[in-house]
Design a protein around this ligand. Structure first.
Ligand code: NAD
Length: 499
């Protein structure tokens, strides 16, 4: 059974416009098709506003605006851009509660997380890149006796950014902040499942930047995303989404020989070694919390620790605690600040997760916790709620190999460190991993052996702006966050001057 959250004390719903146009060249622009589509809140499965249905003509308008703006924005001083990024960060911080509520309604995620994590990380990310570009000032040249070598980092130009629905505002910030910091002009295409949060953000920050520097066109993947990624006038594409979509975007971009960064899917292992059970209570509690991180953001996290690997000697004792903790997760209306897990982001995603629960059962996986949809009442009957679920099985099963992108983690055991590493690496993906141990050798050697772009050791799901993030294998390439991200949005010109 899953504890049912009380409904009082829910955050007040902000009032939304009846529909949102595109944001192009500093103006709100109606879609050239004249069409809008419903933005549905996963909380109750009901439309709460509409978004403009963008197409190639709208994308072209946005690229026109970006190109015009780039003539001046691309030549601005780092200090100028830095100050504008700081202004954006301040506006987001001043409106944090409001944006956190909007994000919750748009995506279905728990407001306690949007307030404590998503929005503060958005703020920090803008501040971080504002600082990074100031720190580079005055450090562009190297000398010897007869030559001066000057490296100029020039903005790459017009950037198309295609955003997923799982962290709509944070994923947008991860891409927008470094691109603007580098001096690029941007056209963003949010996910069709969550088009509203970023338009509300543009209502707040749209006036801060010169016209055309940041444009947002809402719409569907093939109708709006494809023309953006295929345009010969775009100089770089940054994409976060599914591995299969990533492949298509690379094909489009290859026609124009432009660089892409790909943040794709994952099937992250979370490994618990024997020493976890010998540790003090504080560490053990932390490890149990680390195991239930699979339910964070309803499991809709690319680094969701969706495979739990436990040493066979501690399996019974450790999993007993994890199951108890999983069953205590408070599910309910995500606008209630005491709720830990809200609704899945869309009906499609909800159905996909339920179908994987069936697949797991058919494959013979044992349901240790959850395993079903979660029926809400009080007007939320049509929302997309699923119980946090633990399935026990083996790494050959589809539920261990395929990305479910829901609150489901698959549990298995291992006998030796080598076996744990082999299971962890037996995946197409290589995005995140967790290692929990008190043993100094495992603490260093296991992360070294794991094929993943981010390995958390004795922690999980931390995303500081200064730590590079990205995938190995089919989880993508290129990095987000960290100052190295700037160079995905710049090209280097070397001037070698002899005197
Ligand atoms: P998706 O690939 O379906 O959609 C992502 C975006 O691509 C949306 O904006 C969509 O409209 C657009 N799109 C779809 N088809 C397109 C096409 N043919 N041309 C251009 N654009 C197109 O992915 P999703 O379901 O929205 O997101 C979930 C996926 O994202 C998961 O696989 C998850 O692991 C991944 N993800 C990865 C990271 C990371 O940093 N690695 C972060 C978050 C999510």
């Amino acid at each position: 059974t899953v504890a049912v959250a009380p409904t009082p004390n829910v955050a007040e719903r902000p009032s939304f416009k009846s529909r949102y146009d595109h944001f192009i060249d500093g103006e709100w622009v109606a879609p050239s098709s004249g069409e809008y589509f419903d933005s549905i809140s996963p909380i109750d499965g009901k439309p709460f506003t509409q978004a403009a249905r963008g197409n190639a003509r709208d994308i072209d308008k946005a690229i026109d605006a970006a190109l015009k703006a780039f003539e001046t924005w691309g030549k601005t001083a780092a200090a100028y851009r830095s100050n504008l990024l700081l202004k954006i960060a301040q506006i987001v911080e001043d409106n944090l509660d409001y944006l956190a509520t909007v994000e919750c309604i748009d995506n279905g995620k728990a407001i306690r997380e949007t307030r404590a994590a998503d929005l503060p990380l958005v703020v920090d990310h803008f501040r971080y890149f504002a600082g990074v570009i100031r720190s580079e000032e005055g450090s562009m040249s190297e000398h010897d006796e007869t030559t001066v070598s000057i490296n100029l980092h020039e903005p790459i130009g017009i950037v198309g950014q295609i955003i997923p629905w799982n962290f709509p505002l944070l994923m947008a910030a991860w891409k927008i902040a470094p691109a603007l910091a580098a001096g690029c002009c941007v056209v963003v295409k949010p996910a069709e499942q969550t088009p509203t949060g970023i338009m509300v953000l543009m209502e707040l920050i749209g006036h801060v930047l010169p016209k055309g520097v940041l444009n947002v066109v809402t719409g569907f993947g093939v109708e709006a995303g494809k023309p953006l990624a295929s345009s010969p006038r775009v100089n770089k594409v940054a994409f976060t989404g599914e591995t299969t979509t990533g492949r298509l975007i690379m094909q489009y971009a290859s026609e124009n020989l432009i660089p892409v960064t790909m943040e794709l899917g994952g099937k992250s292992p979370n490994i618990f070694f024997e020493s976890v059970m010998d540790a003090d209570d504080e560490f053990l509690d932390k490890a149990v919390e680390g195991a239930v991180m699979f339910a964070l953001n309803q499991g809709e996290v690319c680094t969701c620790p969706s495979r739990i690997l436990v040493h066979e000697h501690i399996y019974d004792a450790f999993i007993k605690r994890v199951v108890e903790r999983t069953k205590a997760i408070k599910l309910g209306n995500p606008l209630d600040p005491t709720v830990m897990m809200g609704a899945q982001a869309s009906d499609d995603q909800y159905q996909k997760i339920l179908s994987y629960l069936d697949i797991g059962k058919q494959e013979g996986a044992e349901v240790l916790a959850g395993g079903e949809a979660f029926k809400q009442n009080g007007g939320l009957e049509n929302g997309y709620y699923i119980q946090p679920t633990l399935l026990k099985g083996n790494n050959k099963m589809r539920v261990f190999q395929e990305e479910i992108f829901g609150p489901v983690s698959c549990v298995t055991t291992f006998k030796t460190t080598e076996e744990a590493i082999a299971i962890a690496n037996d995946s197409l993906y290589g995005l995140g991993a967790g290692v929990w141990t008190r043993d100094a050798h495992e603490l260093y050697q296991v992360p070294r052996a794991i094929q993943a772009g981010r390995v958390w050791v004795n922690c999980y799901h931390a995303y500081p702006a200064h730590a590079p993030f990205g995938g190995y294998k089919k989880s993508g390439f290129g990095r987000e966050t960290h100052k190295m991200m700037l160079n995905h949005y710049r090209q280097t010109k070397n001037m070698l001057i002899s005197y």
